[in-house]
Design a binder for this molecule. Structure first.
Ligand code: IVH
Length: 356
C-alpha cells in the first residue's frame, strides 16, 4: 500500500473508533474509555490532520462534531421564550391579582395560582417528537436559540426518550439548568457564581467538556405541545415528573394574597439551605385555559409573575478574624468565613466594622 493510502486508512480507523465512543458515551450513557484516553484519541486525529492536509479534504472529523465549530447552529423557537415581570412587595402582588381579575372579568372568585421557586440558572428548551428527544436549544434572544442538544444530553436526568403512549407527539419542555452550590465549590475556573459557570459550561463547544461539569436542571414549563392534553400547570409538572423529568419539590397551590405571603416567607426562610440559588417565587395562573385567555405582552405573559426576595442572608462559620489596615491607616477587622454563596456570589470575607 502506498504511504498516503496507509495514512488515510489509519485516520479512518481512528474516526470510526471515536464515533463508536461518542455513541456509547452520549447515546448509551455507557463510556468504554476514560476521559483522558478519549482526549488522546481526539488529539491523534487532529495531529494527523495537521500533518497531512489532504485528510482535511475528506471532511470526516466534522461529521463527528469537531474540530469545534465557532458558533452553534441557530434555530428559531417554536414559541418565543419570554421573560417574567417582577413584583417586589405585597402591594405589587395585589396589583397582579387585581389586573388578572379585571382582565378575566372575574368579580368574586379567587383564582388558583401555582407557586414555584424561581431558579437562578440558565434556561433551555427540549423538544420531543414521538417521545424522542430531537432538539435542545438555549434561550438565545427569546426568538432564536442555539442548538446545544449535545451538551444538554450530557445532563443527568434529562430523558432522551419518553416511554408512554399518552405522550403528545410534539412535546416541548422548558427548564432551568444550574450547578449545585456544593458542586460549584469544587469546580475550577474563574466563574463569579454558579449561574455564570452553568452558562459557560452549557455553551462549551465540546460536549465532552460539558459532561465533566455536574450540571443539573429543573423543568418548569412548556413551549409547543400537540395535541395539548394538560389542563393545569400543576398537572403538567406532575405528569412530566412521572415521565422522568426533574421538577422542583417546593411547589404549592395558593389562592389568595395571604397564602402568597405565607408561601413567600416559608421558602425565603429555607432559601440559604437549598443547594441551588433561587431569587424569588414564580406565581402562575394554574388553569391553562385562563392562561391562554390572559395571553402575553411582547415581553412577558400576563398569567405569571416573579415575586423577588429581598437581599439574601446566609449562615456560615467564622474561621479567623484578621485586621486590615487601609490606605489612610484605618483599621478594619475582617472575618474569614467558610465560603458560602449568597445571592449567587461566593462570600469568604466579611468586614466586621458594622454590627449589621
Ligand atoms: S416560567 C415566560 N418558572 O426565569 C416565561 N421561569 O425571568 C415563563 N425561571 O426565562 C417562565 N425558574 O429561565 C418560570 N419556575 C420557573 C422558573 C423560571 C426560573 C427563569 C426562566 C425564565 C426566567 C424569566
Amino acid at each position: 500500500m502506498n504511504r498516503k493510502l496507509e495514512i488515510i486508512e489509519n485516520y479512518k480507523k481512528k474516526i470510526d473508533l471515536l464515533k463508536k465512543h461518542n455513541k456509547s458515551y452520549f447515546d448509551q450513557n455507557n463510556p468504554k474509555i476514560s476521559d483522558s484516553q478519549y482526549d488522546i484519541l481526539k488529539k491523534e486525529i487532529l495531529d494527523l490532520e495537521k500533518k497531512n492536509n489532504f485528510l482535511k479534504k475528506l471532511n470526516l472529523s466534522s461529521l463527528v462534531g469537531f474540530p469545534p465549530s465557532n458558533k452553534f447552529k441557530k434555530i428559531k423557537h417554536l414559541k418565543p421564550m419570554l421573560s417574567l415581570s417582577n413584583a417586589f412587595d405585597k402591594k405589587d402582588m395585589e396589583d397582579f391579582l387585581s389586573k388578572i381579575n379585571n382582565f378575566l372579568n372575574n368579580k368574586d372568585k379567587n383564582i388558583e395560582l401555582f407557586s414555584e421557586p424561581k431558579i437562578d440558572g440558565i434556561s433551555a428548551t427540549l423538544i420531543y417528537e414521538k417521545g424522542k428527544l430531537v432538539k435542545g436549544l438555549s434561550r438565545g434572544d427569546g426568538l432564536t436559540g442555539e442548538d446545544i442538544l449535545e451538551n444538554l444530553k450530557t445532563i443527568k436526568g434529562i430523558p432522551k426518550k419518553i416511554e408512554d403512549v399518552n405522550c403528545p407527539s410534539l412535546l416541548e419542555v422548558r427548564g432551568e439548568i444550574y450547578i449545585g452550590k456544593k458542586d460549584f465549590k469544587h469546580i475550577k475556573g474563574n466563574f463569579a457564581n454558579p449561574r455564570n459557570a452553568a452558562g459557560g459550561s452549557l455553551r462549551q463547544k465540546d460536549s465532552r467538556q460539558t459532561s465533566k461539569i455536574p450540571l443539573k436542571y429543573f423543568a418548569y414549563g412548556f413551549g409547543a405541545i400537540e395535541p395539548m392534553i394538560f389542563k393545569t400547570q400543576s398537572e403538567f409538572l406532575e405528569k412530566i415528573y412521572n415521565w422522568g423529568f426533574y421538577t422542583n419539590p417546593l411547589v404549592k397551590k395558593v389562592n389568595n394574597i395571604h397564602e402568597i405571603e405565607r408561601q413567600h416567607l416559608q421558602i425565603d426562610s429555607i432559601r440559604s439551605s437549598l443547594d441551588y440559588d433561587i431569587d424569588g417565587i414564580v406565581y402562575k395562573v394554574n388553569d391553562l385555559k385562563l392562561q391562554s385567555r390572559l395571553g402575553s405582552t411582547s415581553n412577558s405573559p400576563r398569567w405569571a409573575i416573579a415575586y423577588k426576595f429581598s437581599a439574601e442572608k446566609a449562615v456560615t462559620k467564622i474561621k479567623d478574624i484578621i485586621i486590615q489596615v487601609g490606605r489612610t491607616g484605618a483599621i478594619t477587622p475582617v472575618a474569614k468565613v467558610e465560603p458560602v454563596t449568597v445571592g449567587g456570589v461566593v462570600v469568604s470575607n466579611a468586614t466586621l466594622h458594622n454590627e449589621d
